[in-house]
Design a protein around this ligand. Sequence first.
Ligand code: TRP
Ligand code: ZN
Length: 846
Amino acid sequence: MRDAAPAQDNRVHLKDYAPAAVTVTHVDLHFRLDPLATRVQARLSCERRGPGDMVLDGEALETITVLVDGVDPGDRMRIEGDRMILTDMPDSFLLETEVQIAPERNTTLTGLYMSNGMYCTQCEAEGFRRITWMLDRPDVMATYDVEIEADLPVLLSNGDELQPGSWRDPWPKPTYLFALVAGNLVATSDRFTTMDGREVALNVWVRPGDEGRTAYAMDSLKRSMAWDERVYGRAYDLSVFNIVAVDDFNMGAMENKGLNVFNSRYVLASPETATDADYANIERIVAHEYFHNWTGNRITCRDWFQLCLKEGLTVFRDQQFSQDERGYAVQRIGDVMNLRARQFREDAGPLAHPVRPESFVEINNFYTATVYEKGAEVIGMLRRLVGDDGYAAGVALYFERHDGEACTIEDWLACFEEAGDRDLMQFKLWYSQAGTPRVAVTESFNDGTYRIDLKQTVPDTPGQTDKAPMHVPLAFGLLDREGAEIRETEVFELREAEASMTFDLPERPVLSMLRGFSAPVILEFEQSDADRLTLLAHDTAPFTLWESGRALAKDRLMRALTEEAGFDAAWLDAVAAVTTDAEAAPAFRALNLSLPSEDDLAGSLHNAGYVPDPDRIYAVRRAAQLAVAERLADDLPALRDTMAVPGTYDPRAEDAGRRSLGAALLRLQTYLDGGKAARVAYDAADNMTDRMSAFVCLLEAGDESVAGRFEADWRHDRLVMDKWFMAQVAHAAPRDAVGTAERLMTHPDFDGRNPNRLRAVIGGLTGGNPAGFHAADGSGYAFLADWLLRVDGANPQLSARMSQAFDGWTRYDADRQALMCGALERIAATDGLSRDLSEMVERMLG
Ligand code: TRP
Ligand code: ZN
């Protein structure tokens, strides 16, 4: 655990960046693995780049020896806490150290640790310093030779294998991309031939018994490799690519050079155990980590403030890949829903920060939706501004100019200014100004002139006020009143605080604004129902078509919440029309049926000047669903039948779309029949997607026996049991949610040290059951605070990440604010808090 210290003392600032005086060009590592006494010998080839001391990082190391060019450096070496300082070093020298570490006792899941008897590492962002003394910073790039001594059958590290347990990585890389895995593992193997003729051995390593569930990850990997060659012209560059599945893992996966390490939930899938959503996530994350080989590994970040250089770009690339593999419209809508749910929320609260932050206490706290997902939107806007050809030319220049380097956002943008011949000065504000811009749209029509007025504002965020106008690409089109497109998509570049457009037209058109969600902004546009219905029925752009239906639904929910309005027939008819439209893709129809989330409504009420009441939001949303169910009642059974997927389970998008509409219809039917159809569906299910769909319906219907039956069938399977834990909390009645979570935490299979299991229960409450989490008596808040404190000593990254559930606290009524604020203050006042959690809590308290 890290030492508690006041935030100001260890805040790191972008403006303070300076290159290291001495760098490391080659690293030789020798590991003798032992659970409690692993020995690590390191030989670092060091070279002076400027005047000054060499300052190395080390944490939780027992230092055995330190030699400079073979001799004891004496008083030229001193260790001060987590730093080793070497003074008066020559221009070029060999630094040899030996340290001892105890992977078995390492509960942080960073550095070298153990999971189910397997040794594995996690070094991003600053975990390498828990393995040995080193310049643990991304601008120090070195080649590595690694030898692993252990009585275990599989010994892996980065690069190419020279002999068993002996690895060489010829590509210079920063410490955060180092990896080592050792254990009793079995591989699924395949091959890939690159476009330049290199033969690559592909392996997916798992625990014995899991080898039947690796096929989809392997298939996703091969498609990712082919896609990056085809679309970005990037080929793989080693003779082997290994993926390892690990059960105890803090995040999704990690792109270590040639040795990607994954949370096992993003590798293992079979039809019986994984849902369509699991398959989609595996495909996306395998692609994401693979794509990092070029955007992140070959070209890396100069410092951690540049994190979006690799993450925003790589998310953008994985989103492009998923669009190509699964279909543009559904993928884009899903990505926007996710952005709004996570990033817009973050941007509107006390944790708001720029895509490129300017300071931090703990970098792990900045692996956020803003850096990743808003970072990806910024790349999408850039592409729209420079055009497809300009984007291709800029990216090609970036790879050519910066291969092997550690770069900044300035380096990246310069490639597009040159290749696309554009000035991106104002555009760059997207990296430095936090907060979601609002764009107000008003229209008028007079004497044959149609006019659109646009006004942008960028809200204040912590530490930032009075912001400059942004460079906002607004893609739009115009339809006539019958729904025929009269102007195809064009992009208006909004650069001033206010701007307008005029068009000479015979009649007032219907505006299709923000096509493709061309900028991550909140549109303030009170479009008429008639126009929205026209767009919903006719728009050629699938995103705005969906968005129009969404806006209609949101408007009804908001009016039900603020004016107690009922649900009108016109809206219900429109929902029914899309749902029953046999011409439209089932996945799209399912998306149309999903109402804005409780959290979305809470945020929107707050923005509109109301105080959200979580119980009322829950009730009104259910009432809306019931109204939709009643409107569709006569069609439901037959419609569901048409969504049955014949043949054996296939995870492909088309079948998944049918299952998702089938599941949405089953939920509606459960409102009407109390679970009768869901019981039949549960028993008939021959895959986990259909089984989970029926399971959650039955939980919501209050079925007493289904949880026990599910458990009896799946108790042996940890990944399926994560779903079981989560669903029971997320689909409990709000008043039972905290009690359900508490009860499940006493279950013999509950393990608070396993991040997946802990997140299943805690996330099931904080994200899955907002009305339960916000219980008026504060029990949800106390429960979360207790668990954060319990976890923090063992795994600060995990406690810090889960604490974000408190970030909406300023939205609520005075009583709930006092309770949440009290929970945060109780955490803040605890002795020995990790740097990670204390930074989060301090930011949330403001
Ligand atoms: N770089 C990883 C990715 O985006 C994410 C990551 C950062 C990570 N820190 C981590 C993963 C710690 C696991 C643990 O793919
Ligand atoms: Zn990434």
